[in-house]
Design a protein around this ligand. Structure first.
Ligand code: NAD
Length: 477
């Protein structure tokens, strides 16, 4: 029965109510979390403020870095335990859950070494003046986290915020809290002062909303859906609170007919299958140049037919989706495709060991999806790849850019000039040429344009977003 974690202490919520924790593998309830409310958020913000103005303020950037490095080592020691917790909570296959725990280790390690390299400038100015800039932390930062990669998103968001000198109040998704509560306990064990990292669980419209509204929150990092991102911006705007938004995507994989198809194939599959397609940066649209369209679909069809979804511990290609409503959402998209005459090229299978009460979905490859169809425009957030065909570079660019999103894109071509032209013309926060995702890349700034959000997380760039710049002009004659 994991509780809220506020000021290094496990505490019940003010409401005294709980929410069920459901195992996506079989749909059964196996634990509870606290159903917190605005009073709990207030307690957490006060604890964070005391920390920020007290023990946290006395730490140098190097000392904060050492704490983060200790936390990185502690998480590494507990990587299997954390992976097992998140596996059950989110339905991740073993390999994915372990990769997520190790990514958390790496985020803390990266930001441990980065915080003391963050500094301001001196600016040449009028005679008799010295002007300098200081990068100061915002103060108490709020972090609203989704359910698809809790540990990874916590690592990049909270890791960067702490390194830059902030303290954190975290609202995990009501569908995936358990690993983050455990990480906060580990942080207390390695010496993070009370109030530096606080976790408050509960519903978005209760806890998330209260966090976004709280006058004691100085900056909000939101990762989640575009629709909730809009609400967060509106709420935060009322008190001019700065926001970083990491929202959805409809990533195009653009394959030209000179591409190395055999090299591309595993990426085209994994970019939509990883985490059962529940990835903001999933490569969910496949744009293929006409001469290669049929041969590539044939190869991809074989690969899709061989994919298997099943219980997380079987460590297959896919685990279950997070919850029943997500499963219904994916089914809804596929029913619509059928009704609209969109052809299925291939479908993987859900293995017989998967309980019928679990939230499984077979990976599906669809072809000739019209550019303006829902399947080419909206996030399915499931293992569904929508293939379509283009004739030339201009058409590829137009199709790639024809959604409201702009998070990640992949370009597959051997033509060096085209690699650069496409990288310039496709509107997205990250472009991958002849790869997709570059192995996760903790160092690589990440974020979107258009409805995929603004601001950047990951890499050194994130530290800038977690600070505010103060200009100091001294007239000394
Ligand atoms: P969601 O928007 O439903 O929820 C995200 C978080 O916001 C949860 O913690 C939720 O409880 C909270 N929330 C919900 N309503 C709220 C409200 N009114 N006020 C404040 N908080 C509220 O998203 P989800 O279903 O958890 O995650 C899937 C979405 O997240 C997809 O759109 C996906 O693309 C996006 N995502 C983006 C990134 C990225 O880095 N760009 C990464 C992962 C997921």
């Amino acid at each position: 029965m994991p509780l809220n974690f506020i000021a290094n202490t496990a505490v019940r919520s003010a409401s005294g109510q709980t929410l069920p924790v459901i195992d996506p593998a079989d749909g059964q309830t196996y634990d509870t979390i606290e159903r917190s409310n605005a009073a709990d958020v207030d307690t957490a913000v006060q604890a964070a403020r005391q920390c920020f103005e007290g023990p946290w303020a006395r730490l140098s950037a190097a000392e904060r870095g050492r704490l983060l490095m200790k936390l990185s080592a502690k998480v590494a020691e507990h990587a299997d335990e954390l992976a097992a917790i998140e596996q059950r909570d989110c339905g991740k296959p073993t390999k994915q859950a372990k990769a997520d725990a190790l990514a958390l280790v790496r985020y803390f390690e990266f930001y441990a070494g980065a915080g003391d390299k963050l500094h301001g400038d001196t600016i040449p100015y009028l005679d008799g003046y010295s002007v300098l800039t200081w990068r100061e932390p915002h103060g108490v930062t709020g972090h609203v986290i989704p359910w698809n990669y809790p540990m990874q998103i916590f690592g990049r968001s909270v890791g960067g915020a702490l390194a830059a000198g902030n303290v954190c109040v975290v609202k995990p998704s009501e569908d995936a809290c358990l690993s983050l509560i455990r990480v906060a306990e580990l942080a207390a064990e390695v010496g993070f002062p009370a109030g530096a990292i606080n976790i408050v669980t509960g519903y978005g419209h209760e806890v998330g909303d209260a966090l976004a509204r709280h006058p004691g929150i100085d900056h909000i990092s939101f990762t989640g859906s575009p629709s909730v991102g809009t609400i967060i911006q509106q709420v935060a705007a009322e008190r001019h609170c700065p926001v970083t938004l990491e929202l959805g995507g409809k990533g195009p994989q653009i394959v030209f007919d000179d591409a190395d198809v055999d090299a591309a194939l595993p990426f085209l599959v994994s970019a939509i299958v990883q985490n059962s397609g529940q990835t903001c940066s999933a490569g969910s649209r496949l744009l293929v140049q006409r001469a290669l369209y049929e041969p590539l679909l044939e190869k991809l069809g074989k690969a899709f037919s061989a994919l298997r979804a099943g219980p997380p511990k079987m460590d297959l290609d896919l685990g279950p989706l997070i919850r029943a409503t997500q499963q219904q959402r994916v089914r809804g998209f596929l029913e619509q495709a059928r009704a609209d005459g969109i052809a299925t090229v291939a479908q993987g299978q859900v293995v017989s060991e998967a309980p019928a009460s679990g939230f499984y979905a077979a990976p599906t490859l669809l072809r000739d999806v019209p550019v303006n169809h829902r399947l080419a425009q909206e996030e399915v957030f499931g293992p569904v790849l929508a293939a379509m065909c283009f004739d030339d570079e201009d058409q590829a660019v137009a199709m790639a850019n024809a959604t409201h999103f702009g998070l990640v894109a992949g370009v597959w071509t051997r033509d060096g000039g085209r690699q650069f032209r496409m990288a310039k013309r496709v509107k997205a926060g990250q472009i991958f040429v002849n790869n997709y995702g570059a192995g996760g890349g903790v160092e690589l700034p990440f974020g979107g344009v258009k409805s995929s959000g603004y601001g950047r997380e990951k890499g050194f760039e994130a530290l800038l977003g977690f600070t505010t710049l103060k200009t100091v002009a001294i007239r000394h004659g």
